[in-house]
Design a protein around this ligand. Structure first.
Ligand SMILES: C[S@@+](CC[C@H](N)C(=O)[O-])C[C@H]1O[C@@H](n2cnc3c(N)ncnc32)[C@H](O)[C@@H]1O
Length: 236
């Protein structure tokens, strides 16, 4: 399994807090993959929709941020994107690598902490994020934006999906981000091109459906941000 080399990284860059890194590592090491609520065999439907609608165009290279077991990376590779999936959890990358490519090119997978990624500057012409940013400890959000901006070429789109602040169901990520949270984090380095609110039907386990506040739809947003060529000018 490949791990990103962190030689040459800025000395002041701060990665994932040790507890959060350990949580993800343990989760993939100890949980059967089929019990992870996001580890589906089919790609994330809103991702399929944005590619079908032309928000992203092949060939990339494209970064799948927090790629988990790699289902979306494989699907994107099948759609003609030169895809690299990175995840902080070695168990996620091992599971992704052990999958067989259904069709087309194989993605490349790397164990890497996106907050301090040592992948080359401006390497990628697009990025997608299905559920990674929304799980980060809030104090690391700016580091995420800075690191992602370093990895993307100017003008590159970044498509971000997240569970909405409006969602009150019992299931979901630890943080429910508002549109303001996202704009505040990314705007200095990214231009916000579009944001859509789209509740969607979800496939959840019986245990979740029996929980105190079960849900059959999940309120979520999809945003397309574009890497600025220079930081946004300061407000007057
Ligand atoms: C909710 S899961 C989504 C996984 C995958 N995108 C999917 O849709 O199946 C979030 C993923 O982000 C990864 N992750 C969290 N923090 C990360 C970081 N700092 N760098 C890289 N990956 C990270 C986790 O290990 C986990 O696999």
């Amino acid at each position: 399994m490949r791990k990103a080399s962190h030689q040459g990284l800025r000395r002041d860059a701060v990665g994932m807090p040790a507890a959060a890194r350990a949580m993800w590592t343990r989760l993939y090491a100890e949980t059967p993959l089929r019990a992870l609520p996001w580890a589906h065999r089919t790609p994330f439907p809103p991702l399929v929709r944005v590619v079908d609608d032309g928000w992203l165009s092949p060939p990339g290279p494209l970064l799948d941020v927090g790629s988990g077991v790699g289902t979306n990376s494989y699907w994107l590779a099948g759609r003609g994107f030169r895809t690299t999936g990175v995840d902080i959890a070695p168990g996620a990358i091992a599971a992704a690598e052990s999958n067989r490519a259904p069709e087309g090119r194989r993605p490349r997978f790397l164990v890497d902490d996106i907050l301090v990624s040592a992948l080359p500057r401006a390497r990628f012409r697009a990025a997608v994020d299905v559920g990674c940013f929304q799980t980060l400890p809030p104090r690391t959000r700016r580091a995420f934006s800075t690191s992602l901006a370093r990895l993307l070429a100017p003008g590159a789109p970044y498509v971000l999906f997240w569970v909405a602040r409006e969602e009150t169901g019992a299931w979901g990520p630890p943080h429910r981000l508002s549109v303001g949270d996202v704009v505040d984090t990314f705007e200095p380095l990214f231009r916000v091109e579009r944001i859509e609110y789209r509740p969607r039907r979800v496939r959840l386990s019986r245990a979740v459906m029996r929980s105190s506040r079960p849900l059959a739809t999940l309120a979520g947003y999809t945003a397309k941000l574009v890497r600025r060529s220079a930081p946004q000018p300061p407000a007057r």
